[in-house]
Design a protein around this ligand. Structure first.
Ligand SMILES: [Zn+2]
Ligand SMILES: [Zn+2]
Length: 271
């Protein structure tokens, strides 16, 4: 069985992951992957913005750790990337980050729906009780659409993250999804199938089957990510993610090298 690249993996520099990049790479080789990509939480313009990202002065160290993993595992293609928070007003900062190293891709993720509330942060769970879920989903998808439209990202991360704790609006979110997906299609931005949702209260891949089916209908390309925060999570539940992609009609996924996209057929199905 061969696997698509795992393009969403973290390192201890984001303060809440375990294992060096070389350990993630060793796991990937053991599983038979031929390509992976590190996409740790990028620094914000302001250091110590929260407790789950690297400060700016660690960025060089991050790039070195990925380079070390490349040296340790020459048989594995290892991409250098970042998971970058999109908040309106951060565009210049993101362009600055992009200019600093030879990145292969940027994953644009929305975790914040205001300057202070990260909707997936368990320490801020009480915030959910102060807000109407549909209002949160509406802001989230508005910002996600702006991220897709910004030209700053190759991939959009975990596209329905607000479901993480199992809190969902009763209203129909289809128009929010449509706006996001038509923008992603028009701008040629890929969407990841992120298996971390299976390990959260929502017990579902990000994004939902409905969104993946709609993405295929819109012509949005896909990548795969485990969102590994430990070496044993590399490519976790990729069988389920591949099945979801195929059931929606996908036959290809994307690879990125120095921010250039290449379409690759999905691996053969195991018999
Ligand atoms: Zn994320
Ligand atoms: Zn992540």
């Amino acid at each position: 069985m061969s696997w698509p690249p795992d393009y969403h993996m973290h390192t201890p520099l984001c303060l809440h992951a375990r294992g060096e990049p070389s350990e993630y790479a060793a796991r990937a080789v053991a599983l038979g992957l031929s390509e992976i990509g590190f996409s740790d939480h990028s620094p914000m313009r302001q250091d110590n913005y929260d407790k789950w990202r690297m400060n700016f002065d660690r960025l060089g160290e991050y790039v070195e750790k990925v380079a070390r993993a490349r040296k340790d595992f020459p048989q594995l293609t290892i991409k250098l990337a970042l998971e970058v928070d999109f908040l309106p007003g951060q565009e210049d900062w993101i362009r600055h980050l992009a200019s600093l190293h030879p990145w292969d891709y940027f994953i644009g993720s929305v975790h914040y729906v205001s300057q202070t509330w990260a909707i997936d942060d368990p320490s801020q769970l009480a915030e959910w009780r102060q807000h109407d879920p549909f209002e949160v989903w509406s802001i989230y998808f508005d910002w996600l659409t702006r991220a897709a439209d910004s030209g700053l990202f190759e991939i959009i991360g975990h596209a329905d993250l607000p479901k993480k704790f199992g809190i969902r609006p009763t209203q129909d979110c289809t128009p929010l999804f449509q706006k996001f997906l038509s923008t992603a299609a028009r701008r040629g931005v890929a969407m990841e199938l992120n298996t971390a949702g299976l390990r959260k209260d929502c017990r579902e891949i990000y994004p939902s089957p409905q969104l993946v089916q709609m993405a295929f209908a819109h012509g949005v390309r896909i990548t795969f990510g485990s969102d590994a925060h430990a070496p044993e999570e590399v490519a976790l539940n990729f069988t389920e993610a591949l099945a979801l992609a195929r059931s929606a009609g996908y036959q290809h996924h994307c690879r990125f090298t120095r921010r250039q996209r290449e379409l690759v057929p999905l691996p053969e199905q195991a018999c």
